[in-house]
Design a protein around this ligand. Structure first.
Ligand SMILES: NC(=O)c1ccc[n+]([C@@H]2O[C@H](COP(=O)([O-])OP(=O)(O)OC[C@H]3O[C@@H](n4cnc5c(N)ncnc54)[C@H](OP(=O)(O)O)[C@@H]3O)[C@@H](O)[C@H]2O)c1
Length: 289
């Protein structure tokens, strides 16, 4: 069998890495405390991102909240500070090519480093058969849902290395694990985000950066309002969720807190599905559905 690897391809480390930094110790009395950590959360002005930002802050992390509009971000940062936490708001478009350098700089300037990056901002601008999606919606979907997360990781990497490691959490979707009607392009982008998670997990392991994903099912936010707000579509959606309800944004937070903290020190490239059983029921008629 010929050796097909190019000379430039990095070797996988077969030997234990004695230089690898030790994982941060777990405080068993308070395993979710993030007191000395700095987190960035994109899409944090409302919905799942806001719940994640507020929970990371409640756990003690300083939180940089990111979204496109300063006026909707400021109340989130102000609310965290009013509750005794640390937070700043930075307006940035997660899909813009050079947006994240300024976000990373602001985090380091305000709080001295970066430990946790939650790529939560997402978009779904095309509804209908994927063959009808034009280049414009392809570009927007892939820029926000895939290239933005990649660029943000690249922008944070020097700060992660300076701290001896980091945690990246991608908010993907069960739509990246199984096709969903009318949102095929979104499904493709979330599947790409899950593979990006795995690729980065392998490539950044030597830097002690763990990269994981959370895949929510239906969550009651503005993003999914067209589904839960209309009786016919809500009934159809509930028919494929064994737990028979939509999630509250707060129910996505537990998975993120685990992946952001010291308990997940040996977890990388994983996808935590938080969907009320939806993925297991795919294609199966549910009793009473
Ligand atoms: N809701 C669900 O059922 C569900 C299920 C599975 C996965 N998800 C995923 O969960 C994530 C959050 O969704 P959500 O339901 O919480 O949505 P949401 O309530 O509509 O909130 C979206 C957030 O993202 C921000 N945002 C949107 N586009 C952005 C961009 N280009 N750059 C920066 N910020 C941007 C929005 O603020 P601005 O508009 O001010 O920028 C807002 O803060 C998304 O990745 C979504 O795909 C949602």
């Amino acid at each position: 069998m010929p050796d097909l690897r190019s000379a430039a391809e990095p070797e996988l480390h077969a030997e234990p890495n004695d230089q690898a930094p030790a994982p941060r110790a777990v405080n068993n009395a308070a395993p979710f405390v993030l007191a000395d950590r700095v987190a960035i959360v994109t899409g944090a002005s409302r919905g799942i991102g806001r719940a994640i930002a507020e929970s990371l802050a409640a756990a003690g992390a300083a939180v940089v909240v990111v979204g496109r509009r300063a006026e909707t971000l400021a109340p989130v940062a102000d609310g965290i500070v009013a509750s005794g936490g640390r937070s700043i708001a930075v307006a940035a478009n997660a899909g813009a090519p050079d947006a994240f350098a300024a976000v990373a700089e602001a985090a380091v300037a305000a709080f001295g480093g970066i430990d946790i990056l939650v790529n939560n901002a997402g978009t779904c601008p095309h509804y209908g058969p994927i063959v009808t999606a034009d280049d414009g919606v392809w570009d927007k979907t892939m820029d926000v849902n895939v290239r933005g997360p990649l660029r943000s990781v690249a922008a944070c990497l020097p700060a992660f290395r300076a701290r001896g490691g980091g945690k990246v959490i991608h908010v993907a979707s069960v739509a990246g694990l199984m096709p969903q009607p009318s949102v095929g392009l979104y499904c493709v982008s979330k599947a790409a985000l899950l593979m990006l998670t795995e690729v980065l997990a392998v490539e950044l392991a030597a830097d002690n950066v763990q990269v994981n994903a959370v895949a929510p099912g239906f969550v009651k936010t503005r993003f999914s309002q067209a589904i839960w707000d209309a009786p016919a579509s809500a009934t159809g959606a509930l028919a494929v969720i064994p737990q028979r309800r939509f999630a509250d944004p707060s129910e996505i937070v537990g998975a993120v807190l685990y992946l952001a903290g010291p308990l997940s020190s040996f977890t990388t490239g994983a996808t935590l599905v938080v969907d009320g059983g939806q993925r297991l029921a795919a294609g199966l008629p549910l009793a009473g559905g």
